[in-house]
Design a protein around this ligand. Structure first.
Ligand SMILES: Cc1cc2nc3c(=O)[nH]c(=O)nc-3n(C[C@H](O)[C@H](O)[C@H](O)COP(=O)(O)OP(=O)(O)OC[C@H]3O[C@@H](n4cnc5c(N)ncnc54)[C@H](O)[C@@H]3O)c2cc1C
Length: 319
């Protein structure tokens, strides 16, 4: 039976949320009768079974690793064994520091199709088509994989919305003998985006776009964001102009507002590349003078109006 294999990722005893996003992607992409199998690799792989038992998962395959922490050699061998066992046409792997360590080697050795940092996947007559950025994220590139019966895609987090509905898939222990780790992690250092806040983890974002008009208007919105308890982020033109650091840019070539529950878009048109980083957010409030702006298509609440007038009102309300 044909299948799509999802490789779940965990770190320090916690399932990484991107794993469930990939389950949702597999579910969306599966053909009738195709199985979705989730591969769990780890010393205590079984401990994550409940966390990945979601609607759309047919089977969970656990591989017991000799070490607790991620090791590239172990993952390469384990994924190879899972591919041999399930013969998937598509393998979805999180695009992460872990997968950087083994997915290219695996694909090169085993002649698999490969694309990394993918944010959109389609199934066409000729096979899988993956979309990712190219030329420094200036263009969107569509890749196909002629002649490859199995394609590995490392998918950017935030590209798919996870499905939280629980299910009871079959669990199979896959024995992969002689797995050997060659690395020993010394320490974990939390990423802090060059001293800046990590916008993928914050629950409330106020984002400014070109509607801001001038850099001189930025301090006002910095203060306003602070006043309402939001993290100030931006669209690409604002980061490209150097008004806010690149680490605050939301979108395809920026970051995904993965943990965000409330997103206020101020003077942002809603270009598809910006939406890629925030359209999944539960509550989006958009402020734009143009009633036809695309941002209103994803917003739960919309204000057709001037961001400076809305800022006046919010300042009064929160002062
Ligand atoms: C490969 C590629 C990758 C990209 N990656 C990203 C990315 O990661 N993130 C990203 O954001 N963009 C990205 N872009 C750029 C994207 O295509 C848009 O150009 C960008 O998102 C537009 O930003 P904006 O909405 O701030 O500006 P604009 O499109 O110029 O929109 C400004 C909006 O403000 C409104 N406005 C003006 N004045 C006011 C006012 N006083 N009050 C209220 N509203 C007002 C206008 O009506 C308009 O809708 C990428 C482009 C490419 C090609």
């Amino acid at each position: 039976m044909s299948s799509i294999l999802v490789i779940a990722e965990h770190r320090r005893g916690e399932l990484r949320p991107v794993s469930l996003e990939l389950v949702a992607a597999a579910n969306e992409l599966r053909a009738a009768g195709e199985q979705v199998v989730v591969g769990l690799i780890g010393k205590n792989a079984h401990a994550f079974v409940a966390a990945v038992s979601k609607e759309g998962v047919d089977e969970i395959a656990t591989v017991t690793a000799p070490v607790e922490d991620f090791d590239p050699d172990v993952s390469e061998e384990a994924v190879r064994a899972l591919i041999a066992q399930y013969s998937p046409s598509l393998v979805l792997i999180p695009h992460s520091v872990d997968s950087y360590g083994y997915v290219a080697v695996l694909a090169a050795k085993d002649q698999l199709g490969l694309a990394t940092d993918v944010y959109k996947i389609a199934r066409e007559e000729g096979g899988w088509v993956a979309t990712r950025g190219g030329y420094g994220q200036k263009v969107a590139v569509e890749l196909d994989f002629p002649g490859r019966s199995c394609v590995c895609l490392a998918v950017r987090s935030g590209s798919y919305k996870p499905n939280e509905a629980a299910a009871s898939p079959t669990v199979t222990a896959v024995d992969v003998p002689a797995l050997q780790a060659r690395s020993t992690p010394l320490d974990y250092i939390e990423v802090s985006a060059g001293g800046d806040v990590d916008i993928t983890t914050v629950p409330f974002i106020m984002s400014v776009g070109r509607g801001l008009g001038d850099e001189a208007n930025l301090p006002r919105f910095k203060e306003l964001a602070e006043q309402v308890g939001a993290t100030l982020c931006c669209s690409r033109p604002i980061a490209d102009s150097g008004w806010l650091p690149k680490s605050r840019q939301v979108g395809q070539s920026g970051k995904t507002a993965s943990a965000c529950k409330l997103y206020i878009a101020m003077g942002i048109s809603g270009a598809i590349q910006h939406l890629a980083g925030m359209k999944h957010v539960e509550t989006i409030i958009a402020v734009n003078t143009d009633p036809q702006a695309s941002i209103f298509n994803v917003a739960k609440y919309g204000i057709v109006g001037d961001i400076f007038e809305v800022a006046d009102a919010l300042e009064q309300e929160f002062s």
